[in-house]
Design a protein around this ligand. Structure first.
Ligand code: SME
Length: 172
């Protein structure tokens, strides 16, 4: 069976949750002391894309003027704007709940920015009760994301929330 963590480069011998703990530590170190939101979000997207196997897109959509606008990411060019409620990203933004989609072809309204994407995980970014954006990961493999990925990537978002100037990041 495919082990999505098999080639995780931090330390394949460590138990899965510890590997995400280490990723969070790396991200903390990467963005500590920097207040520029584009710089920080770009480095977070790059670090996560490099750290996790079997991804074809990792990045941020930021809530600006009532819609989601693409922010720093790694991968092929993506849809620039997504209406709230549309696609997997829009569903995460409207519900405020993480979306784990094993087969994007079966998700009503999925937006195919990259035809290679087969599964997707989207974590909403909630600050003081408001959704300021989403963190979106796409994989060319079906069912790439399991419960550990969900918990780990929610921890990644929780760790970066205090380090980002969201007012500045979401200015239209
Ligand atoms: N598939 C997403 C759109 C964003 S991209 O894949 C980068 C969605 O349905 O929300």
């Amino acid at each position: 069976m495919h082990d999505p963590h098999a080639s995780y480069r931090i330390d394949p011998a460590m138990p899965k949750p510890l590997r995400y703990e280490e990723l969070v530590e790396r991200l903390d170190a990467l963005i500590a002391g920097e207040r520029d939101p584009i710089a920080n979000l770009a480095n977070v997207a790059a670090e996560v894309y490099a750290a996790l196997p079997d991804l074809n897109w990792v990045g941020f959509y930021l809530a600006k003027g009532g819609e989601l606008v693409v922010g720093p990411f790694q991968g092929r060019p993506a849809c620039t704007r997504i209406a709230l409620g549309r696609g997997v990203c829009g569903a995460a933004a409207v519900t405020g709940a993480t979306q784990v989609v094993a087969d994007v072809a079966a998700f009503p309204g999925h937006i195919a920015c990259d035809a290679r994407s087969r599964s997707e995980l989207v974590v909403p970014i909630v600050v003081a009760g408001a959704v300021v954006g989403v963190f979106d990961l796409d994989s060319p493999l079906l069912a790439r994301f399991d419960h550990d990925d969900r918990v780990g990537l929610e921890a990644v978002v929780a760790a970066i929330v205090p380090a980002i100037d969201w007012e500045r990041a979401t200015r239209p």
